[in-house]
Design a protein around this ligand. Structure first.
Ligand code: NOJ
Length: 556
């Protein structure tokens, strides 16, 4: 991908220059001693971002909620749940972040509310104007006269996506939990209500939003149509993947909603001249992501989130990344490695690949998003079925819960080697801390003796990526084979060029990168490579050996 002629570090917006760091508030820092993280806890840890060189945090939901989907079931879109603090705490967070030049991005969950939201309660009672705020349906009559859901549509969490409401005497659509009724975007009042939610948070000074579950934002108007079976795999009939979601996923009538939300953010941009970021949660191929770009959204590129060890090779990385760059047109890439819905990097790829993948994320062109703890290479925890908290895991039952539960990647942040890793003073953190916390924690990894750790590597990469070659320089693929993925980042103005070479394979690789020049200087290397290479060392490009998990940035 060539550098765009009009791009320079000065021409980029803040969200194109920063790393975005995802905080799962329940798990970051508990200040109240109840075992659950909170906003004052986050404020007490802001130095972590200054240390790392992270310029933006994204907070998963902290709004009032019965916490059945841990905050993604919202009962008041415009307040803070007492579990996490108060609106005043939130305002303090925004101020404290802005004082440190850190931007704040909040989760915007427009698709559904909690069943406890007053809108839903009033909709159940057919109180105007709320009667049609949700997607209600009479259902159909079965052979024995029984009431059945109108169609076979499945919930993302498994089972029918229709729930019966006795009081109203109708089914309602709920693509996630029964306690997460779907808002009806065919009702213009709902469209306006959610725009006002955005305005509420924009007015409190937030710099951007991450839009939740955009694929499921709209469903076909005609509820009489079943979805066909997905021919691509052999899935149990109650599992979401069993169907091909032609009526409920990425429905074209949902696209203009993105434009509407972007317009609201632009209202604020026009007022104060400050750019606002809207990143959208979508698991979709490059071409479909572009559709969302046309409507003003920045889709997350989840290709690396979807990648597993079996699919990891230099060639696979090249094809995924090349696909993004060659399809993106005038858009801006947003790469991610993990999030609160997926297994941690160390689980998916093995501990030995955590650093090299962070090196990849932070040296590509585009905005990187890091899930809390990945800078330390934190690991999945093990949770028994009895102790499972995540409704997705519980729903699937004891046989299948491990395939679906998201608890393992949501364990408390590991700050130091004191009890519960410094996360809480409670005897009962809401999820257990990983037993490796004695060594894998921020304090231990912030070494002053100069040796390399995952954290110090991350920090060094965060500093390096501020150079024009990484921010907006072109990217040219070099050797890409089973083991090695490598590319050159170049800033034409200054002539600075870097070679990034990563071994993501199973065996050592000896590569010849020579051309011009013959030698290069080691800028940064992963902890494993630092056993043989040191910063400032001159190496020959003719024969560079990288072991699995080794990564190096060389100045050419
Ligand atoms: C997507 C969120 O990332 C996930 O955690 C949540 O369960 C669903 N949306 C439903 O809100």
């Amino acid at each position: 991908m060539q550098a765009r002629p009009d791009e320079s570090p000065e021409s980029l917006q803040w969200w194109q220059k920063t790393i975005v760091y995802q905080i799962y508030p329940r798990s970051f820092q508990d200040s109240s001693g109840n075992g659950v993280g909170d906003i004052p806890g986050i404020i007490s840890r802001l130095d972590h971002f200054t240390y790392l060189g992270v310029g933006a945090i994204w907070l998963s939901p902290f709004y009032p909620s019965p916490q059945l989907d841990f905050g993604y079931d919202i009962s008041d879109f415009c307040d803070v749940d007492p579990l996490f603090g108060t609106l005043q705490d939130f305002d303090n967070l925004v101020k404290e972040c802005h004082d440190r030049d850190i931007k704040v991005i909040v989760d915007f969950v427009p698709g559904h509310s909690s069943h406890l939201h007053p809108w839903f309660q009033k909709s159940v009672r057919r109180e105007e104007p709320y009667t049609d705020y949700y997607v209600w349906h009479d259902g159909k009559t079965g052979d024995n006269g029984e009431r059945l859901p109108p169609n076979n549509w499945l919930s993302v969490f498994g089972g029918s996506s229709w729930a019966w409401n006795e009081e109203r005497g109708q089914f309602y659509f709920r693509p996630f939990l029964p306690e997460q009724p779907k808002l009806n975007y065919r009702n213009p009042r709902v469209v306006e209500e959610m725009k006002n939610v955005l305005r509420f948070w924009m007015s409190r000074g937030v710099d951007g939003v991450r839009v939740d579950a955009v694929s499921e934002i709209m469903e076909s108007a005609d509820k009489s149509q079943d979805e066909p079976c997905n021919m691509k795999g052999d899935y149990p009939q109650d599992q979401y993947e069993y169907l091909n979601h032609i009526h409920t996923s990425m429905h074209p009538e949902g696209f203009p909603l993105i434009r509407g939300w972007r317009d609201v953010m632009d209202e604020y941009e026009k007022k104060d001249g400050k750019s606002r970021f809207m990143v959208i949660e979508i698991y979709a191929p490059a071409k479909s992501r572009n559709v969302y770009r046309e409507f003003g959204g920045n889709p997350f590129n989840m290709d690396l989130v979807d990648l597993e060890r079996s699919g990891l090779s230099g060639q696979s990385l090249k094809s995924l990344i090349e696909e993004e760059y060659s399809n993106i047109g005038g858009g801006w890439p947003t790469f991610v490695l993990g999030n609160h819905d997926r297994n941690r990097l160390t689980f998916r790829f093995g501990r030995e690949f955590a650093d090299v993948l962070n090196m990849l994320l932070l040296t590509l062109k585009g905005t990187p998003t890091t899930y809390y703890g990945e800078e330390l290479a934190m690991s999945n925890i093990e949770v028994s079925f009895e102790d499972t908290q995540d409704p997705f895991g519980k729903n699937m039952g004891p046989e299948r819960y491990e395939l679906f539960s998201r608890d393992p990647c949501r364990s408390p942040m590991q700050w130091d080697n004191t009890r519960h890793a410094g996360f809480t003073k409670s005897d009962h953190p809401w999820l257990p801390v990983h037993p490796d916390y004695a060594n894998c924690n921020v304090k231990t990894q912030t070494k002053s003796d100069g040796s390399s750790t995952s954290l110090t590597l991350y920090k060094a990469l965060a500093t390096l990526r501020q150079k024009p070659a990484f921010l907006c320089g072109g990217i040219e693929f070099a050797i890409c084979n089973k083991e090695v993925f490598s590319y050159i980042r170049e800033d034409k103005t200054s002539g600075e060029r870097y070679l990034v070479a990563l071994n993501v394979g199973k065996v050592p690789a000896l590569s010849d990168f020579s051309g011009s020049p013959v030698n290069a200087t080691v800028e940064i290397c992963t902890c494993s490579a630092s056993k043989r290479l040191t910063t400032g060392q001159t190496v020959s490009l003719q024969g560079l050996t990288l072991n699995p998990g080794d990564g190096v940035v060389l100045k050419l």
